[in-house]
Design a protein around this ligand. Sequence first.
Ligand code: HAM
Length: 426
Amino acid sequence: MPYRAVKGMSDILPEQAWRWQRLESVFRQVAGLYGFQEIRSPIVEPTDLFVRSIGEQTDVVEKEMYTFVRHDESLALRPEGTAGVARAYVEHALHTKEPISRLYYLGPMFRAERPQRGRYRQFHQAGCEVYGDPGPVVDAEVIALVMDFFGRLGLPPVTLRINSLGGSETRERYRAALLSYFTPVASKLSEHAQARLGANPLRILDSKDPRDQEVAAGAPSVLDLLTESDRAHYQGLLGALDALGLSYSVDPRLVRGLDYYNRTLFEINLPSSELGAQNAVAGGGRYDSMVHELGGPNVPAIGFALGIERVLLSLPDVPQPPSAFCYICPLGAEPIRMALGWARELRARNVRAEIDGRGASLKSQLRRANALGARWAVVLGDAELETGQATVKDLSAHTQRNVPFDALLGELCTASRTLAESETLS
Ligand code: HAM
């Protein structure tokens, strides 16, 4: 039985990898325009870091973490990026180096979920985190960043949902309100929701179980319970979103699956896509107490992450645009020696060049040049050696010319540059 990739984890083959590279480069570009710098944190962290920050009673911590013990230490593959970045922020005391840190990251995350289209066990996120700015203006800017990124990438229209969970006082009020709402109707809830009711009634709002959803539909709204300062923050966020011209809907039932959030919360969905139930392409919010809880100073934070696979599934599957390149077809030992030097020189001048060193017939070499999509085939055989002129075939125009050896590389460089420029303009 041949080996297969682990269930829920995928190979990214070259025909797809270029789409990943494009997405990553657009993400880096947009994050850079907003003043974010890259941070790379390890894929493995102490299990306890995730338990403390994400919350013991979340699906992620309860049942989705890949955890293992090494040298008496319990470690976990990161299920998300925020906790590790916050850990790094505290460990390196970044607050002493700059009052506000704007960090972005890209990389694999791991959750032992039931795999389906758009939901994997190894998946990839691109995310941003801001430390040291209490908002609400920056909250709106972080949201604008994701929207700009989706726009630049060409994602179909998305919907943006906003909520505010308030700070600890609001949360306490809301918890109490939910408890008194759910407790008398507890028997109508799923067993799982009943078990969570006392510890974390907010989670019930997030449940996918139809029994819970029916009861939760009438639950009180957190927005009616915001304290004065939480309300001011929330209004400030809406004002900044309006100033940015972003359209959104307010969803007071939005809670999300991680426990660290307070105040601003948002999720971005692609409603009319093939993603079905997995149509959340990005989500995030404020998590003002995490840095302090991880042993750092009292520094507020906000961020988001987007699911790269889900975004790619939602983009049209266009073939990779061809890049103009030269395929050098040498016929014989001496031509191969000369072609090796030419190919290397072309690459040094930033022209993609490939050489056919198989010693195959011209017909076979030209077949390969065409199959690879080369723009020019440079033929070098006995006749060319004799005249000191290479045969340059333009495989797209179906023309050919003889070019003296000493002019060859210069001409190929110019032709390839002209073509690249005309492609950029079109
Ligand atoms: P999250 O909502 O758990 O938030 O994940 C963010 C995005 O990752 C989701 O919207 C989805 O697109 C993608 N995603 C999550 N799980 C999977 C999966 N199993 N397969 C494929 N894609 C998936 C976070 O992770 C937070 N750390 C976001 C954040 C950053 N909040 C503040 N800062």
